[in-house]
Ligand binder design. Structure first.
Ligand code: HEC
Length: 205
């Protein structure tokens, strides 16, 4: 503590006197150091390396993160098969689903679509007419999601994805066969690949 040695300032209020003392050394020290600090800080950050200022650094980090996210999305897109229908067609052609597909069909679908696919409550699978499209992906979609308002339930909660694929392939294989009592055609004509002929493809329902 610096001793009071300066004369009084002729300033007195309620017995409290104001003295004109030197500032404490510790205070002057901090003051000097802060000025010295500013001499380095201001040129370093504001002139030489403005990109290191907090706002700029944050923006740079956000941009880097966005680029990383975009890169991951790009990678995922590259890994996904170009055309899911082509991948399904390859699996369909490879076979191996027949037995499982038939078992699932007989147990779950024959009641409404008939054992030979001729149709009863549900549509005929042997003709070239489809309500929701004849592509493998269309069949899988309808079996998975169902058409609840039309009496075709969603099989997602009941069958495993593999079973849904197998039974959809089995349904596809019935196309072109001759059932005992074919139900009259429903829906629109599709081509060999299962795309609607004529009118633009029906939107997914
Ligand atoms: C309770 C009766 C019922 C059962 C069981 C049923 N379906 Fe259906 N299914 C229907 C009806 C009704 C439709 C017609 C839906 C419509 O009009 O949109 C249909 C439509 C379909 C379609 C679309 C046909 C088209 O023309 O687009 C496919 C594919 C299909 N069912 C597959 C299956 C499979 C596979 C199973 C067994 C896992 C199954 N269904 C079980 C009643 C049934």
């Amino acid at each position: 503590m610096v001793e009071d040695k300066k004369p009084l300032h002729q300033h007195d209020f309620d017995g409290i006197e104001e003295n004109d003392n030197d500032l404490p050394h510790w205070w002057l020290g901090i003051f000097a150091v802060s000025i010295l600090f500013a001499c380095f800080y201001v040129p370093y950050y504001h002139f030489l390396n403005p990109e290191k200022l907090p706002h700029a650094a944050l923006q740079a980090e956000m941009a880097a993160r966005e680029a990383a996210v975009a890169q991951v999305a790009e990678q995922k897109a590259a890994e996904a098969p170009e055309d899911p229908e082509a991948a399904l067609t390859a699996t369909y052609s490879a076979g191996g689903w027949e037995e499982s597909g038939k078992a699932v069909y007989t147990a779950n679908c024959a009641a409404c679509h008939a054992n030979d696919g001729g149709g009863t409550i549900g549509p005929n699978f042997t003709d070239d007419y489809y309500i929701h499209g004849g592509k493998l992906s269309d069949l899988i979609r309808v079996v998975t999601e169902g058409v609840p308002t039309k009496g075709m339930i969603s099989w997602k909660p009941i069958l495993k994805p593999q079973q849904i694929q197998d039974v959809s392939f089995y349904v596809r294989a019935m196309r072109g066969t001759t059932p005992a009592t074919p139900k009259e055609k429903q829906g629109e004509l599709v081509d060999e690949a299962g795309n609607f002929v004529g009118a633009a493809e029906k939107p997914a329902e």
